[in-house]
Design a protein around this ligand. Structure first.
Ligand code: HEC
Length: 101
């Protein structure tokens, strides 16, 4: 009983700290809400999340090119993933999240 209480308290203290340390949590949320519809399955030829082969040549262009394409659109990629309500920084966070995948 005592030990399990200690574990519960430790978990309660550690969980928020672990979450705060998670990288690009914001980018992940924006990706899931706005970009995953195409980028998780590769719709229209979108580079898939986690597909290093598909992302490597794109990342090589440089972050600024990726940002510009994400913000303004590129071929079948709609500007801001089709959500003009997103802030530039939110789109960039989602791009960082995908490019690192
Ligand atoms: C309607 C489908 C669709 C949605 C939604 C979408 N994308 Fe894309 N995206 C594409 C396609 C298709 C490509 C590939 C374009 C090409 O190279 O032909 C692409 C390519 C990209 C690229 C690579 C551009 C380059 O220079 O190679 C980035 C970065 C990107 N998308 C970011 C995003 C972000 C960020 C979101 C969400 C905010 C998003 N996309 C949402 C379809 C989509």
């Amino acid at each position: 009983m005592k030990a399990s209480l200690m574990i519960a308290i430790a978990a309660a203290i550690l969980a928020p700290a672990a979450m705060a340390g998670a990288p690009a949590a914001n980018g992940e949320k924006i990706y899931t809400a706005n970009c995953a519809s195409c980028h998780s399955a590769g719709v229209l030829g979108a580079p898939k999340f986690g597909d290093k082969v598909a992302w490597a040549p794109r990342v090589k262009q440089g972050k600024e090119v990726l940002y510009t394409h994400g913000l303004n659109g590129f071929k079948m990629m709609p500007p801001k993933g089709g959500n003009p309500g997103l802030k530039d920084d939110e789109v960039k966070a989602a791009i960082d999240y995908m490019a690192k995948s």
